[in-house]
Design a protein around this ligand. Structure first.
Ligand code: HEC
Ligand code: HEC
Length: 296
């Protein structure tokens, strides 16, 4: 707070308390003229009501006086009087930091327990699953969908099925989350030419048993050698590269002819951000626990 505002607030506080204290003291002494009938002479409601004079009750006077004392003591002890920090040194930041530290200390006991139980087993613990769901909604749902069902526009995979790009064991999934992943499918439209793209795409359709043009697929088969380097000679994928299995019915970007052609022509480059600087080990463990609880 700048000196100006500090002095401004002090002046306001002193003026306000000064005026009210003056009114309070003056109100004790002021003589109100009283008529012989004990009223002030004020008449209300066409003569029905008259205003009489009563002394303030003692308790009220003492209570009001003590309010001034409490106000002064409060401003001495706590921040509030300009930039005066208060004799107790209390701050709302400090209180928050203390609460956070206390919560951490309590949570640490739970962390050790959670980390000691495998996600598949911990998935039957509703409290752990609920914590994991919170972490998922806050950090992952935007890309993977509220129910982890995936998002074909982003190439974000379904996380609760049995199909994995990089591997589905606990350690590999945690590595995916902590380090992030970046699968790169190069654009091959130019290398293959328009007809070539259509032929390979039909061959890819055939790999999963989907309806396709058999003649085009036969023409595309030799060109699949280009793809085999990453997707494997039989198209079953390669978890080391995150190259998807093309023989199943699970699709990152879509499994119709148009989507497959688009993938081949323009390439794909799905980015999974790294979370190691944002999530603690226990957070990753809990979010995986939630994923395990969803997939049955
Ligand atoms: C910005 C979007 C985005 C966010 C946010 C995001 N992901 Fe991903 N995630 C992706 C994409 C895209 C991929 C696929 C990466 C690839 O194709 O190489 C992916 C891949 C993964 C994989 C690997 C799946 C497999 O089949 O091997 C896991 C596990 C995963 N994400 C978990 C999470 C978790 C848990 C969170 C939240 C902490 C999260 N993701 C947040 C976009 C995202
Ligand atoms: C350099 C390695 C590499 C080569 C070569 C390659 N791919 Fe890929 N492909 C990938 C990767 C990695 C992905 C996943 C991209 C992502 O995660 O965004 C992918 C994704 C795909 C997909 C999307 C699958 C889905 O589930 O939506 C199709 C289809 C595909 N590739 C077909 C092919 C075809 C056909 C060829 C050959 C003409 C080919 N790829 C060549 C690495 C490769």
């Amino acid at each position: 707070m700048s000196t100006f505002w500090s002095i401004w607030i002090m002046a306001l506080a002193v003026t306000n308390m000064g005026i009210t204290l003056f009114l309070f003291l003056w109100g004790q002494r002021v003589e109100i003229p009283v008529l012989p009938d004990g009223t002030t002479g004020h008449v209300w409601a066409h003569g029905v009501l008259r205003e009489s004079v009563r002394k303030l009750p003692r308790w009220w006077v003492w209570m009001s006086a003590s309010m001034f004392a409490i106000g002064v003591v409060y401003l001495a002890l706590y921040p509030g009087f300009g930039s005066h920090k208060g004799l107790l040194g209390w701050t709302s930041h400090g209180e928050l930091a203390r609460d956070v530290a206390n919560n951490r200390a309590t949570a640490r006991g739970f962390d050790a327990y959670y980390l000691s139980v495998a996600p598949a087993e911990l998935a039957s613990n509703p409290a752990a699953v609920q914590l994991g769901e919170r972490i998922f909604i806050d950090n992952c749902a935007a890309c993977h969908g509220r129910h982890a069902q995936g998002n074909k526009l982003l190439g974000a995979p379904n996380l609760i099925d049995a199909d994995w790009l990089y591997g589905g064991d606990d350690a590999t999934v945690k590595t995916s989350i902590l380090n992030g992943r970046h699968g790169t499918m190069p654009p091959l439209g130019e290398a293959l030419g328009e007809a070539g793209v259509g032929n390979v795409a039909n061959y890819v359709l055939g790999l999963s048993g989907a309806a396709h043009d058999a003649q085009a697929a036969a023409a595309g088969q030799p060109m699949f050698a280009l793809c085999a380097a990453c997707h494997g000679p039989d198209g079953k994928g390669n978890p080391a590269l995150g190259a998807p299995n093309l023989t199943d019915t699970v699709w990152l970007y879509g499994g119709d002819l148009a989507a497959i052609k688009q993938t081949i022509v323009a390439g794909r480059s799905g980015v999974m951000p790294a979370w190691q600087s944002r999530l603690q080990a226990v957070d990753v463990h809990l979010v995986l626990t939630w994923m395990r609880a969803q997939s049955d």
